[in-house]
Design a protein around this ligand. Structure first.
Ligand code: PLP
Length: 456
């Protein structure tokens, strides 16, 4: 019988990031300056982001970027991440499908986000910067960045969505232990924060709003830059290590996945997981089915519009062409399952628009039911975000049972659920409810989408 775990050695950690854009015939739309309505130039972006990361952001053509030794050495403390055959889940479902999962939760931050945090902190240090600022929603990105900043010797300022800051004090303490300063957002420490507080008193905040504050904090401080944990091209580039490792592990056992499933908030873990496989599909070398899973409460791919929109509520960030619910969309506070961003990576958006991948949306109660099945079968308590991917994979495996097809499913298990026990408590108490925005709600949020730049 095949082994449960397919091991890679330390030497098999990828030496290069793979840039999926190089193989896309129609490239993702460029970021646009909301003032000039022209594509953002490197010079404009360098006021906010590190130089090297701006190069990566704008480069649609270079297929491989070498991973510097400093980053690879850091990866060695938690990579390669395991690829596991989910024998017990297959048995529990009675499916002929073969399910494999790639688990990214094996580090203190508990998710894949450390892959990009390490890269971004490394390049900031190389540039001689003093510190970095960022936002965090549930806290995973802030935690990952605090760890990376501590390792590479940078100051780290985190704006944490107020609702999470109050509900998830433990995340906050991990960040503080790694030396980060954590401020609940919206706050009175920035101009935009004060404006939002005035406009929406008592708000529990949103990711879009925290982004605006973190950007302001970076551009008003000497020697600081802003870093972002998802959505951007550079983040998907760094996350390609997930897919590259999975690809190599499958090669070792002579198996090819048929269907690759992941959850999407901003699109980085899914974008990284699918990267080398999608590259093969784009080059016509192989075929795969790709399935993005999102929450029904924040359904950017399945119900959003493919348009230019701001990445943040405060409208200080560039415009990105993406599937969006409108930058004023604030997901229901009863939604416990993460993945609360109104937009989506431009790479994932363009691929979805081209029909290269599918998307499904699920409600949170059914997601937690799937997470429970997975936890019992495979022994890992999944992050609620990952629960969406699990729900998608379970449904596909059950479809295989119906049709008798022995498909190979690769499931992206982006993180652990240890920091989401409040959500599990609601689920276990039976107090978890589902919320799906009405068409009317969406029309209201779409009204926030600005006039579209022409000829882009
Ligand atoms: C942040 C996060 C996500 C969603 O972000 P993406 O950029 O879409 O990957 C998914 N799972 C976990 C565990 C996360 O922490």
């Amino acid at each position: 019988m095949e082994n449960y775990r397919i091991y890679l050695t330390e030497e098999e950690i990828p030496t290069h990031y793979y840039n999926l854009r190089a193989d896309m015939k129609v490239k993702p739309a460029p970021l646009v300056n909301p003032g000039t309505l022209k594509p953002m130039t490197a010079e404009e972006l360098e006021g906010v982001f590190c130089k090297e990361l701006v190069q990566q952001e704008l480069d649609d053509d270079t297929r491989y970027f070498e991973i510097p030794e400093g980053i690879r050495d850091y990866y060695k403390i938690y990579r390669p991440s395991p690829l596991v055959r989910a024998f017990n889940l297959e048995k529990a479902l009675g499916t002929p499908a073969k399910i494999y999962f790639k688990f990214e939760g094996n580090n203190t931050s508990g998710s894949h986000k450390l892959n990009s945090a390490a890269a971004q902190a490394y390049y900031a240090k190389q540039q001689g910067l003093k510190g970095i600022t960022t936002e965090t929603g549930a806290g995973q990105w802030g935690t990952a960045l605090s760890m990376a900043a501590a390792h590479f010797g940078l100051d780290c300022i985190v704006y944490m969505v107020k609702g999470s800051y109050e509900q998830k004090p433990f995340r906050r303490e991990v960040m503080r232990t790694y030396g980060a300063s954590v401020t609940p957002s919206p706050s009175d420490t920035t101009q935009i924060g004060r404006k939002i507080l005035e406009q929406f008193p008592g708000t529990t905040g949103s990711l879009g709003c925290a982004i605006s504050e973190a950007v302001e904090a970076a551009v008003t401080r000497e020697g600081y830059r802003y870093v972002l944990g998802s959505v951007l091209n550079q983040v998907l580039l760094h996350q390609s290590v997930i897919g590259l490792e999975a690809h190599k592990a499958f090669e070792k056992i002579g198996v090819k996945p048929d269907i690759i499933v992941g959850c999407t908030g901003g699109g980085s873990n899914l974008g990284g997981l699918i990267a080398p496989f999608m590259g093969e599909k784009l080059r016509g070398e192989a075929d795969y089915r790709f399935v993005a899973v999102e929450p029904a409460s924040c359904p950017s791919l399945t119900r959003g519009k493919y348009m230019y929109d701001f990445c943040d509520t405060g409208n200080v960030c560039p415009l990105a062409k993406m599937y969006t619910l409108g930058n004023g969309f604030i997901p229901s506070p009863i939604h416990a399952g993460g993945l609360r961003f109104h937009g989506m990576s431009t790479i994932i958006s363009e691929l979805y628009h081209q029909g290269m991948m599918e998307a499904r949306a699920y409600e949170q109660t059914e997601v937690f039911q799937a997470a429970e099945i997975f936890a019992k079968a495979e022994g890992i308590l999944p992050a609620p975000e990952s629960g969406h991917a699990i729900k998608g994979a379970i449904d596909i495996a059950l479809e295989c049972k119906e049709s008798g097809e022995e498909k190979v499913i690769l499931l992206g298990l982006s993180g652990t659920g240890y920091f989401d026990l409040m959500a599990y408590q609601q689920y276990n108490d039976g107090t978890m409810t589902d919320y799906i925005p009405s068409d009317e709600d969406l029309v209201k949020a779409f009204a926030f989408i600005p006039p579209q730049p022409e000829d882009l």
